[in-house]
Design a binder for this molecule. Structure first.
Ligand SMILES: *[C@@H]1O[C@H](CO)[C@@H](O)[C@H](O)[C@H]1NC(C)=O
Ligand SMILES: *[C@@H]1O[C@H](CO)[C@@H](O)[C@H](O)[C@H]1NC(C)=O
Ligand SMILES: *[C@@H]1O[C@H](CO)[C@@H](O)[C@H](O)[C@H]1NC(C)=O
Length: 334
């Protein structure tokens, strides 16, 4: 199938922008909403997941389509055999499912996991793409939990629960802990949840986490969240091209974390970027962001626009909302 990934679209958009008069916001929305096609063998093409040898998931392995919990659990199981798992329809459960190394979990349009926590533990080379995850109870872990693992790419996923239950009824949407490395969270729609994304779980985990937890978040849409978009301890974060709406606290930098925050828009976020809740502060460098009514209070750190070891395209904050709202989430045509 012909590949037409988001970055290609962006490059095209930039070329168009150079050749024609400045597009109106309607035109930008229209272009951004052109359906993105993807192939089941795509490798991570952005952020830290594209480093350290890259993230290819199950590329090269067999392809299997699953539509029941038993089929799904058997296919993603924690062996290291390369496998592409195509998820079809809605699969409902109440458990945590281990995902093994060298796996790609790809949702067909509308594919949804309800109540099933994905757990990537001591694994490497995992892709989770175009999947909707809903209502994972805390007892079954996070929507996606990544621990002691490397090279994980979560792309074009939608994760949510609700804010009507107590904030500990569900855990995180995507939590990345225990010295995990080289993770990219891109083009996701994360919404209606208290504690969205925790990177580094404890102020007492310096020995394990220091020097690890390199995570990129880009082109994501975060809406109606309590906190942690993300919260980052010890690690190195890069957050760009994202739209954040309706939250109490947003990006939280703690325990010496260094974050580069570029080309984002925050709307109705009380504390969009701050160092909160830990005795030891973290740091953040903010470039070209619109903080709305909120204020950036994070101490300035040492990341610059050239600190990251990969190339990336900034939209410019004025173009972020139009490019991200409506296209983030499980919107790929597979
Ligand atoms: C899968 O992952 C392991 C590491 O856990 C790696 O050593 C191995 O080469 C990979 N296998 C395939 C088939 O890609
Ligand atoms: C602003 O965000 C808060 C959540 O932090 C929400 O309760 C409130 O309804 C939002 N206000 C508007 C005008 O959307
Ligand atoms: C940035 O600061 C962190 C501590 O906050 C330190 O570990 C790192 O080496 C520094 N990097 C550079 C390039 O100065």
């Amino acid at each position: 199938m012909k590949l037409s990934v988001f970055s290609t679209g962006l490059a095209l958009l930039l070329q168009l922008a150079a050749a024609v008069p400045t597009p109106t916001s309607d035109e930008l929305v229209e272009r951004a909403n052109v359906v993105k096609r993807a192939t089941i063998t795509d490798a991570a093409d952005s952020g830290y997941a594209s480093t350290n040898g890259g993230t290819t998931g199950g590329n090269g392995g067999s392809t299997t389509t699953v539509s029941t919990l038993a089929q799904f659990t058997a296919a993603v199981t924690d062996d290291t055999t390369a496998r592409i798992i195509i998820v079809s329809g809605t699969i409902t459960g109440a458990q945590q499912v281990r995902v093994g190394s060298n796996k790609s979990l790809i949702g067909l349009p509308g594919a949804k996991l309800v109540g099933i926590g994905l757990f990537v533990w001591k694994q490497t080379n995992v892709i989770i793409r175009n999947i909707i995850s809903q209502d994972v109870l805390a007892a079954n872990g996070d929507g996606i939990g990544i621990q002691k693992s490397t090279n994980v790419w979560v792309d074009h996923c939608e994760l949510y629960s609700d804010l009507t239950h107590d904030k500990d009824y569900y855990d995180g949407l995507i939590d990345i802990t225990h010295a995990s490395e080289w993770v990219t969270i891109s083009n996701c729609y994360l919404h209606d949840h208290w504690k969205a994304s925790l990177v580094g779980h404890s102020d007492n985990n310096a020995a394990e986490d220091t020097g690890h937890l390199h995570v990129t978040y880009h082109n994501n849409y975060w809406n109606n969240i309590g906190s942690r978009t993300p919260s980052l301890r010890y690690g190195t974060g890069h957050v760009y091209n994202s739209y954040f709406a309706n939250m109490n606290t947003g990006i939280d930098t703690r325990d010496g974390a260094e974050i580069l925050v570029q080309s984002n828009v925050f709307s109705n976020c009380t504390e969009p970027l701050a160092a909160l809740y830990s005795d030891a502060t973290g740091y953040a460098n903010a470039i070209d962001n619109d903080f709305g009514d909120g204020t950036n209070t994070a101490p300035v750190g040492n990341m610059t626009a050239t600190s990251v070891p990969y190339t990336y395209t900034l939209l410019g904050y004025a173009n972020v909302k139009a490019a991200v709202v409506g296209t983030s989430g499980a919107t790929l045509s597979i």
